[in-house]
Design a binder for this molecule. Structure first.
Ligand SMILES: Cc1cc2nc3c(=O)[nH]c(=O)nc-3n(C[C@H](O)[C@H](O)[C@H](O)COP(=O)(O)O)c2cc1C
Length: 390
């Protein structure tokens, strides 16, 4: 590896420059305040990735309206009262050299539930007794997400327009809260995906049927967000590249959506997978290292758009190789950052980046540089001591 690996080359997207290509992928924490605002937990959780040198840090999927949350403790940005807390976190990330990004989302029929460690089970009347009443979820069609979950309310045309307007308003708030990048969450079985997938979308109006119709909701949202998001800041889109059974949602569909999204000003696509199952499906994509890289490669080549590769990318050399091979422009990492929040600076050292310490806060860098100098001197001295007599 040379001294300037691609992973550590800055990248400018519209008017926003990332110090490197390392992206903290969005990770829901189910730890927001009951009214969806972030807490000091989020400041520390996200702050550690900035102190460790990451280029772009996404906060978790953040709901554009209250019924778009997956649980009562999911993040939201549907009220101006949330902005000061988000701004405080973003100021901290920026002060440590990172670019703050927000992923805007809506859970649709996957809302009104409990966190992963309770099996995502739907809220019940028992939850209501302790102050967490189930709410009526929404979707493209009244198709329940599981045998135990209630059927969602099918949005009318007027209600679709209201939800799109809420995405627009959330984007305005996100800009006011100091975010520099917004990603529209169109993957993982959430509301946009519920419109894209024929397994859920059974509408017969302009939002159902053909692929053009099923992607209309996604395109409405892109247009609404792009119209209010600052011109010099990029908008990303996350899609499930494949999903469902029997080719219900294919990579070819994803390429078409990505093409239409690019025409509307999307700068980067994050191909992920899964979220809506069909009868008898297991995991469509085996969870091997770099399991979404082939999707990233195809979308990037066929649409001529920048992509993030994400999914079991844990090693510095693995990340660098993906970029060197031209299979992605940015590297998204989620769980490895939970294990090692300072992954970025460790990767920089491994890839031979000069002055890798400088990705750390100034105090850390000063002390660690001195420590390395001492270590070098000590190891040379040991070498001389242990040299055989001439
Ligand atoms: C705790 C956790 C929460 C997640 N929340 C989100 C989310 O809010 N939005 C999203 O698009 N993906 C979410 N993901 C998926 C990750 O962003 C990422 O795509 C996935 O974990 C694969 O990357 P990894 O192998 O580096 O973890 C989440 C993953 C984890 C582990």
């Amino acid at each position: 590896m040379n001294n300037s690996p691609l992973l550590f080359e800055p990248m400018t997207l519209d008017g926003i420059t990332l110090r490197n290509r390392v992206v903290v992928s969005p990770m829901c924490q189910y730890t927001s305040e009951r009214d969806a605002g972030p807490t000091d937990y989020h400041l520390v959780h996200l702050g550690q990735f900035a102190m460790g040198g990451a280029g772009l840090i996404f906060c978790e999927e953040t709901a554009v309206e209250d019924r778009g949350r997956k649980s009562y403790h999911c993040a939201g940005i549907y009220d101006d009262k949330h902005l000061a807390q988000y701004r405080r976190i973003n100021d901290f990330l920026r002060a440590h050299g990172a670019v703050p990004g927000i992923q805007l989302g809506h859970g649709g029929r996957k809302g009104s539930g409990r966190p992963p460690w309770e099996g995502y089970r739907p809220l019940t009347t028992e939850d209501a007794a302790r102050g967490e009443a189930p709410w009526t979820t929404i979707s493209s069609s009244a198709v329940a997400p599981s045998a135990t979950a209630p059927r969602p309310h099918e949005l009318s045309l007027a209600e679709i327009a209201d939800v799109v307007a809420n995405w627009r308003d959330a984007a305005v708030r996100a800009a006011n809260a100091g975010y520099d990048v917004v990603e529209i969450h169109g993957a993982h079985g959430y509301l946009i995906h519920q419109f894209l997938s024929p397994l859920v979308n059974q509408r017969t109006d302009a939002y159902g049927g053909s692929l053009d119709n099923r992607m209309r909701f996604c395109m409405d949202i892109i247009e609404a967000v792009r119209a209010v998001w600052p011109k010099n800041k990029p908008v990303f889109l996350r899609l499930s590249a494949v999903d469902g059974s029997g080719d219900a949602w294919t990579l070819e569909d994803t390429v078409q959506v990505a093409r239409a999204a690019k025409a509307r000003g999307i700068a980067v696509v994050t191909p992920s997978s899964g979220g809506i199952g069909g009868a008898g499906t297991g995991t469509l994509v085996p969870r091997a290292p770099g399991y979404h890289v082939p999707f990233s490669k195809r979308v990037r080549a066929e649409v001529d758009i920048k992509t993030i590769a994400v999914g079991l990318i844990t090693e510095a050399k693995q990340a660098e190789q993906i970029l060197q091979d031209g299979n992605a422009d940015l590297i998204g990492i989620a769980r490895e950052f939970l294990w090692n929040p300072y992954w970025t600076v460790h990767a920089a050292r491994e890839l031979g980046v000069a002055n890798y310490h400088d990705l750390l806060p100034r105090t850390y860098a000063w002390w660690l540089k001195r420590r390395d100098e001492i270590r070098e001197v000590t190891s040379k001295a040991k070498h001389i001591d242990s040299a055989p007599p001439a």
